[in-house]
Design a protein around this ligand. Structure first.
Ligand SMILES: [Zn+2]
Length: 569
C-alpha cells in the first residue's frame, strides 16, 4: 500500500491538484491562495512544490496532497486515495480495509443506477419517447451521453429490483436515496416516469439525481434525491465539474436555474455555466464558486428577482466580494428557450449583462413612479440594501451620485436616509480567525528560532547538545535531526512540524543582516523562560524538602537552583 501511495504522490503535482480546486498565485518558490478552510481577506494559504506540501498560516491546517483532498472534499482517507489514484492513472492493487468506505458503497449503487437509467432511455418504449422529447427540445446525442441523461420507468420497483438482483442491500439502496420502504417492506422507487438528470460532484462521480416528470401527471414537475451521505443540496452546484476549467479561463460563471438551461448552455459553447436555484443559493455554494472566479452572472426570471430568498443569495454573494451581474431575459423566456432558438442572442445578453445595482435600479424605476414623493421613497428603500452592501467605498459613492441625480435627491439626504436603514448581518464571519493567538510564547519563540536556523543552517553550531534541555521535546527532536542530518527519517508527526517550519522559513524570509540578532534574541529568551519555569518548580521542591528536613535533597536542590538562577542573568 505504501508503495501505491508513493506512486500516486510521485505522479501528481500538488500545485496542479490544489490548483484545480482553488486559484493559486506564484509567491517566490511557493504558491499562495486565500484559504478555502477559513474566511480571510489576505492569503495565508501556501503550497510548496518542492516539498509537495500545503499549509495555512491562518487556521494551521496543512499536510500532503491526500490531506488536502480529504479536507476539501470532506471525505475519508480511502476516498481521497481513490480520487487521486484515478487522477494519477494508478490502478490500485492491494486495497486496504479503509478503502471500503460507506461512501464507496453508495457511489457504487448510484453508478449502477445511473447505468440502468441510461439504458432505459435508449432501449425501453417509454424511454425512447422521453428521448424523442429531449431531442425536440434541442438536446443533441452528445449532450445526452455527456450528462448521462436517463429514464426512470413508470413502474413501482424496476430499479430496486434490478439493484437487488445485483446483490445490493435494501438498506444501502434506501440510504442512497433511490427508494423508500413501503408498508409491506417492499422497496418503492423514488423516481418513476421521470427523465433523469444525474448530479455529479467535482470528480464527476454521480452523487444523486434530479427527475423531471414525463408522460404522466404529477404535482411535482421536478424531484431530487433527498440529502444523503453523498448528496447535500446546499453544497452541490450542478455542472460545476464540467464548468470549472472554463470558469477559471473566462473568469466568470453564469448561474442558471435548471438542468435544461445548464446543459443547453454547455452544448452551445457556454461552458462556464452552472445551475443552482436562485432561491437556494447558500454560503457553501458561494464558497465553492469562489474557488474558480469572483464574477457571477445571474440569470433568473423577473418575478423571482424580487423574492426575499433570491435577494438573500445575492446579498451573500455581494458581501463575499463577488462582482455580480444580471442577465436580462426577454419576458416569459428562460435561458433554454433563448439558447436553443438562437445562441448568438444569448451571447448578446451575456455581453450586455448589467451590474446588479443598475439592474435593480431599472427594475424599481419601472415599478415605481419617481415623480411621486411616496414612490421615490419606496425606490430608495428597496435599493438601499444593495448599496449598503457594496464593500468598496468608491463604488458606493459612484452609485449614490447616480441615484441622487436620477431621483433628484441631494446626495447628502440620500446618505442620511440610508444611514437609518440597518443592514442585516448574515452568517459570514466578520473577523478573520487565526490560530496564532492561541500559541504560547514558548511556541512562538521556538518556532522562530527553528526557522531562522533553517534559513541559516550554520547557526546550528551555536546550539550544543547541552543546550537541548532548554527546548521542548518537539524542538529537541528537530534540532537533533538537523544536527545529525537525518531530516528524512523524521516520524510523521515531527515531519509535519518540520515541513511547516520549512515553508514558514521560505515565506517569511528574514533579512540576512538581522538573522543573527533574531537567533540570539530567541535563544536567550527561551533559556530564560526555561530557567524561570525550572526555578519555580525547584522552589516548590525546596519547600517540601525543608518541611521534611531532608538535608541531602536540599543540598542537591540548592545546587540546581543556582545553576538555573545563573541563566536568568
Ligand atoms: Zn486557513
Amino acid at each position: 500500500m505504501e508503495n501505491q501511495i508513493e506512486e500516486i504522490k510521485n505522479r501528481l503535482d500538488i500545485v496542479e491538484v490544489i490548483g484545480s480546486y482553488i486559484k493559486l498565485q506564484k509567491a517566490g518558490v511557493n504558491f499562495r491562495a486565500l484559504c478555502p478552510f477559513h474566511s480571510e481577506k489576505k492569503p495565508s494559504f501556501f503550497v510548496s512544490p518542492v516539498r509537495q506540501i500545503w499549509r495555512c498560516f491562518g487556521c494551521s491546517k496543512g499536510g500532503d496532497v491526500f490531506k488536502f483532498v480529504m479536507e476539501i472534499e470532506g471525505v475519508e482517507f480511502g476516498d481521497a486515495l481513490r480520487i487521486l489514484a484515478k487522477r494519477a492513472g494508478v490502478e490500485l492493487k492491494s486495497l486496504p480495509k479503509e478503502f471500503f468506505t460507506r461512501r464507496k458503497k453508495l457511489e457504487e449503487i448510484l453508478e449502477t443506477a445511473c447505468l440502468f437509467y441510461q439504458a432505459q432511455l435508449e432501449k425501453s418504449t417509454q424511454g425512447k419517447k422521453a428521448k424523442e422529447y429531449l431531442l425536440e427540445r434541442k438536446f443533441n446525442e452528445e449532450s445526452i451521453k455527456k450528462w448521462r441523461l436517463g429514464w426512470a420507468p413508470n413502474t413501482f420497483s424496476s430499479l430496486s429490483d434490478f439493484l437487488l438482483s445485483r446483490k445490493f442491500q435494501k438498506k444501502d439502496i434506501v440510504d442512497a436515496g433511490l427508494a423508500f420502504e413501503g408498508k409491506n417492506g417492499h422497496l418503492i422507487d423514488r423516481f418513476r416516469s421521470r427523465i433523469i438528470f444525474p448530479v455529479f460532484d467535482l470528480n464527476s462521480q454521480v452523487v444523486g439525481f434530479g427527475g423531471r416528470i414525463f408522460g404522466t401527471e404529477d404535482v411535482a414537475k421536478y424531484i431530487n434525491t433527498p440529502n444523503t451521505l453523498l448528496y447535500d443540496k446546499s453544497k452541490i452546484v450542478y455542472g460545476l465539474d464540467k464548468a470549472r476549467l472554463e470558469a477559471r479561463r473566462k473568469d466568470f460563471l453564469i448561474l442558471v436555474e435548471g438542468y435544461v438551461d445548464c446543459i443547453l448552455s454547455h452544448q452551445n459553447g457556454f461552458e462556464n455555466t452552472v445551475a443552482v436555484s436562485g432561491t437556494a443559493l447558500s454560503l457553501d455554494h458561494l464558497k465553492l464558486l469562489q474557488r474558480y472566479t469572483n464574477n457571477l452572472y445571474f440569470s433568473f426570471d423577473m418575478d423571482l428577482a424580487g423574492q426575499e430568498a433570491t435577494k438573500r443569495g445575492i446579498f451573500l454573494a455581494q458581501q463575499m466580494g463577488f462582482e455580480i451581474k444580471i442577465l436580462s431575459l426577454p419576458p416569459e423566456k428562460d435561458p433554454a428557450d433563448v439558447i436553443s432558438q438562437d445562441p448568438l442572442k444569448w451571447k448578446e445578453i451575456i455581453d450586455s449583462a448589467k451590474s446588479i445595482i443598475d439592474y435593480f435600479f431599472e427594475l424599481f424605476l419601472s415599478r415605481f413612479d419617481k415623480e411621486k414623493i411616496e414612490e421615490k421613497k419606496e425606490i430608495v428603500k428597496n435599493l438601499a440594501p444593495f448599496i449598503l452592501n457594496i464593500p468598496n467605498e468608491i463604488e458606493k459613492t459612484f452609485w449614490l451620485e447616480k441615484i441622487s441625480k436620477e431621483l433628484k435627491i441631494k446626495e447628502e439626504d440620500l446618505r442620511k436616509e440610508l444611514a437609518k436603514i440597518k443592514l442585516v448581518k448574515n452568517e459570514i464571519a466578520t473577523s478573520e480567525k487565526t490560530n496564532d493567538s492561541s500559541k504560547s510564547r514558548r511556541e512562538i519563540l521556538e518556532e522562530k528560532l527553528l526557522y531562522v536556523v533553517l534559513q541559516e543552517p550554520s547557526f546550528l553550531d551555536k546550539i550544543t547538545t547541552e543546550d537541548f534541555i532548554f527546548f521542548s521535546s518537539l524542538s529537541q527532536e528537530i534540532l537533533k535531526g538537523l544536527k545529525e542530518k537525518k531530516e528524512s527519517l523524521f516520524p510523521p508527526e515531527i515531519k509535519n512540524f518540520y515541513d511547516y517550519l520549512f515553508l514558514k522559513s521560505e515565506i517569511e524570509k528574514l533579512e540576512p543582516s538581522i538573522l543573527e540578532k533574531e537567533f540570539n534574541f530567541c535563544k536567550k529568551e527561551i533559556v530564560k523562560m526555561t530557567a524561570r519555569e525550572k526555578l519555580e518548580e525547584i522552589s516548590k521542591r525546596i519547600q517540601a524538602a525543608e518541611k521534611e528536613k531532608n538535608e541531602e535533597t536540599l543540598r542537591g536542590l540548592n545546587k540546581e537552583f543556582n545553576f538555573w538562577a545563573e541563566k536568568i542573568k
